[in-house]
Design a protein around this ligand. Structure first.
Ligand code: GTP
Ligand code: MG
Length: 664
């Protein structure tokens, strides 16, 4: 049999789904985390019946009326797939709003079981809910649950109730008598009646103590952490601390040990192959695969520490405050209040981030968010950031922090430009982000989240990154006649001849050599490839312990092997971060934008943005540090002027559209 989990956003559906199926889908301490449906079978120890039960986790919805697309996923699923039973997860701390949806669900004629979740929070607040009364008033079973607890959490009872009600008839507590959903007035009137009905139930069953001490303390904390101006420097300090721990202190410490093991594998493989193996095969295996993949995987400890810390921040409720602070700016530049959620999710990976834009109803806002979300530095970009921070800036924490805030700044500028170009009125959205309560973050949840990211990282490294590195190594070893490239003639290799024309375009940015161009190109397949390819083209296997490396390569450190000044290195880093994301993320952009023009416009914008930012960084930086402009200033300036000019032209055209609309 099939059961559907539905309920308001952030009520704990995915937590409950994970608890009853043993899966590890992403849980976030805010609304709108799940945007797709997820399926799994209920664990045997909870399901005492002999029927197999499949549970489906759905995106949160506030009501059944077609408001946003994720609500329609929920509505369509419930209507089309005809689950045998619906579990309605109700946030016990927010009863009246949740029950609005419950009464709508019950009208569908499918048996409903209510899981009164987050009951632990109510106990803390000394709010009590009379379950027997509630169950009687609604006409369906109600079970208290605590989805975050591993035992005595009410889940076994919940499942047994589910089995019990299957096929039974329930009478809906409230009957709207078939409202016409096309008629806004009728819907409004019916909603009002429903609210009155629900509030009647709530006042009967709930005994709530008025604002507790705890609540006032929370409000006081929010006045500072979510303050419209103070919130930003506080966030900057928090991010700086996160980067300092993960990229400067604890992360590199762990990475050093880890890289030692990778070096061990390298040495072992080298020894195991012996003399008989052909040097080409040997270098493919050693430099291309173990070296290239190892260089990427070497950053795993840094990434794990970072994600662990971010998960703690999310879990304790702080990230939701950051979202509120940013939200103000985003609304001003014509993005939706909901745009912040995709962007925060995008710091993990741009793909689910872009997918999360589905919850934005306004088409322009949704497309703009999908186009701008990839500017947030994602997990795959972290090794690139860590590499450059380590090699050129002595592991400085400001590098990563600056990249985050640059990403945010670019998003704000980008959003302004898009509003201007589309010539649409900047509709202020009134979406209000709900603030979850502060709580002590769970180490267990953060650990689980960290390991699931690590697993994904390792899988990616051992498949796509490995293949790319092998291909890069082969393309570097051979020329077009498929002869081995002689030493000193590296420029004739397949790789060099493909990358060289692109390198010319990059001269004004400070890194016009084929090796760096090749790494940036492979970065479009997956951003980790930038690190892998640099390792292969410069035969560097260890990016973590750069002192040791200085000995191996005979005095030259990584920075001079790459031949970049610090300014050019920063420019290269930004180019890799702020040009289009990997192909997979572009695919996600394509499916959420549903429009060719927007997709190509978005990609063009991302290229232009990356180019302009890198150009300015290199040229201005070089001017400041050396007193003269960098190479290729004039052609670069012309290219940038053309790009900027074109955008200004489009913005002017957008303005005219607005004026015409105003006249009409
Ligand atoms: N204290 C407490 N917290 C809970 C409980 N169940 C879930 N949570 C927390 O509530 C938050 C939201 O959980 P999710 O499972 O992501 O909620 P969701 O309903 O799937 O949310 P969307 O997918 O955004 O609609 C997380 O921070 C959970 O840890 C519970 O029983 N008690
Ligand atoms: Mg969810």
């Amino acid at each position: 049999m099939k059961i559907a989990l539905t309920g308001n956003p952030n009520s704990g559906k995915t937590t409950l789904f994970n608890a009853i199926t043993g899966k590890i889908e992403h849980v976030g301490n805010w609304a709108g985390v799940t945007v797709d449906k997820k399926e799994g079978n209920i664990k045997k120890n909870l399901n005492k019946s002999d029927i197999e039960i499949t549970a489906v986790d759905l995106p949160g919805a506030y009501s059944m009326s077609p408001f946003t697309s994720e609500e329609s996923i929920t509505r369509d699923f419930v209507k089309n797939e005809n689950p045998d039973v619906i579990i309605n997860i109700v946030d016990a701390t927010n009863l009246s709003r949740s029950l609005f949806f419950t009464t709508q669900l019950m009208e569908l004629g499918i048996p409903v079981v209510v899981a009164l979740n987050k009951s632990d929070l109510n106990e803390k607040k000394k709010t009590s809910i009379n379950v027997t009364e509630l169950s009687k008033a609604l006409g369906c079973p109600v079970v208290k649950t605590i989805a975050t607890k591993s035992s005595s959490n009410g889940l076994e009872e919940l499942i047994s109730k589910v089995v019990e009600v299957k096929g039974k008839n329930q009478t809906a507590a409230y009957d709207s008598k078939g409202v016409d959903f096309e008629n806004a007035e009728a819907v409004k009137a019916s909603d009002k009646n429903r609210y009155d009905f629900v509030n009647g139930i709530v006042s009967k069953v709930e005994d709530r103590k008025v604002i507790s001490n705890r609540q006032t303390k929370q409000d006081a904390a929010d006045r500072i952490l979510a303050h419209k101006w103070l919130g930003i420097p506080i966030f900057a300090v928090v991010m700086w601390a996160v980067f300092s721990i993960s990229q400067t202190h604890l992360g590199p410490l762990l990475a050093d040990i880890f890289v030692g093991w990778i070096d061990g594998i390298y040495a072992w493989a080298e020894g195991a192959m012996g003399e008989g193996v052909s040097p080409i095969l040997k270098s493919l295996l050693l430099d291309g695969i173990i070296g290239g993949v190892g260089a990427v995987v070497g950053f795993l400890p840094l990434i794990m520490v970072l994600f662990f810390l971010l998960a703690l921040l999310e879990d304790c409720g702080y990230m939701a405050r950051v979202a509120v602070v940013m939200d103000r700016f985003f609304k001003r530049v014509g993005l939706s209040g909901k745009s912040i959620i995709p962007m925060v999710i995008g710091t993990g990976c741009a793909i689910p981030g872009v997918m999360a834009t589905r919850t934005i109803k306004n088409e322009r806002q949704r497309r703009t968010t999908a186009m701008l979300t990839p500017f947030m530095p994602c997990g795959a970009k972290l090794p690139v950031i860590a590499l450059f921070a380590g090699v050129f800036f002595d592991d400085a924490s400001w590098v990563g922090t600056t990249m985050y805030f640059m990403g945010i700044a670019i998003i704000i500028i980008g959003a302004l430009i898009v509003v201007k170009i589309t010539g649409e009125k900047n509709k202020r959205s009134y979406f209000i982000m709900e603030l979850p309560e502060y709580r002590f973050p769970s180490i267990k949840r953060a650990t689980i989240s960290m390991f699931s990211r690590a697993k994904a990282f390792i899988i990616k490294a051992s498949t796509i990154i490995l293949l790319c590195n092998a291909a890069v190594q082969i393309m570097q070893t051979f020329n077009w006649q498929f002869q081995v490239v002689a030493e000193g003639a590296e420029g004739t290799s397949i790789l060099a001849s493909i990358a060289s024309p692109f390198a010319i375009l990059l001269i004004p940015l400070g890194f016009g050599v084929w090796q760096l161009a090749a790494a940036a190109i492979t970065g479009f397949i997956a951003k980790e490839n930038v690190v892998g390819t640099l390792a292969v083209v410069y035969s560097i296997t260890n990016f973590i312990d750069t002192e040791e490396l200085a000995l191996v390569s005979g005095g030259g450190d990584v920075a001079s092997v790459m031949g970049l000044t610090s300014v050019a290195a920063l420019s290269y880093l930004m180019f890799n971060l702020f040009t289009p994301p990997c192909f997979a993320a572009i695919g996600a952009m394509n499916s959420e934008m549903e429009d060719r023009k927007w997709l190509w416009g978005g990609i063009g914008f991302q290229f232009g943005m990356g180019y302009v930012v890198a150009f300015m960084t290199y040229q201005i930086g070089t001017l400041i540090t050396t007193g003269s402009l960098g190479t290729g200033f004039i052609p670069g300036f012309i290219a940038v002027a053309v790009m900027v000019g074109y955008v200004v032209f489009l913005m002017k055209k957008g303005d005219e559209k607005v004026n015409q609309k105003n006249l009409a």
